[in-house]
Design a protein around this ligand. Structure first.
Ligand SMILES: [Zn+2]
Ligand SMILES: [Zn+2]
Length: 153
């Protein structure tokens, strides 16, 4: 994703509505690795800007997705997540605390470049491949509770 300043420019030059609420959403997404849902973006922005509506958050996320600045990913977590990381990458999803981690795809990555084997897939043309690794993050695997959820009674 572009920087919040560059995004503001892009919004202006494309004649899209630019408001302080929308700029606060750019700030919330900037360098944010948490793959937030629209609701969690709303919660983040509302702290500083109580006047924002969930509808504005949805609209802005849709605009950014349309512009290719962020992508909407379905990580099987029950709600669409938004990802400002436009570098090719895969995801690790913790089944304990639902934390999502990015795994960069390096040029000499040991991750296989998946292709539909010849003769299978019936002529299907692949645009992109998403790999989701499911398991436990180091903290959950060690049996520790995520700090923000507090101790389990
Ligand atoms: Zn975890
Ligand atoms: Zn990601």
């Amino acid at each position: 994703m572009k920087s919040p300043t560059e995004l503001s420019e892009a919004f202006r030059s494309q004649g899209r509505k630019l408001t302080p609420q929308r700029q606060a959403i750019f700030d919330a997404l900037d360098g944010n690795p948490s793959h937030p849902s629209a609701e969690s973006v709303y919660d983040m922005v509302r702290v500083h800007m109580p006047s924002i509506s969930l509808r504005t958050v949805y609209q802005t996320l849709n605009d950014l997705t349309e512009m290719g600045e962020i992508s909407q990913v379905d990580l099987g977590l029950g709600s669409a997540r938004f990802d400002p990381n436009n570098e090719p990458h895969h995801h690790l999803v913790c089944s304990g605390c639902a934390t999502v981690f990015d795994v960069a795809v390096e040029v000499d990555s040991p991750l296989p470049d998946l292709e539909v084997p010849a003769g299978l897939g019936d002529g299907f043309v692949v645009d992109s491949t998403d790999i989701i690794f499911r398991g436990m993050c180091a903290r959950c695997a060690a049996g520790q509770q995520p700090t923000d959820l507090g101790p389990v009674p």
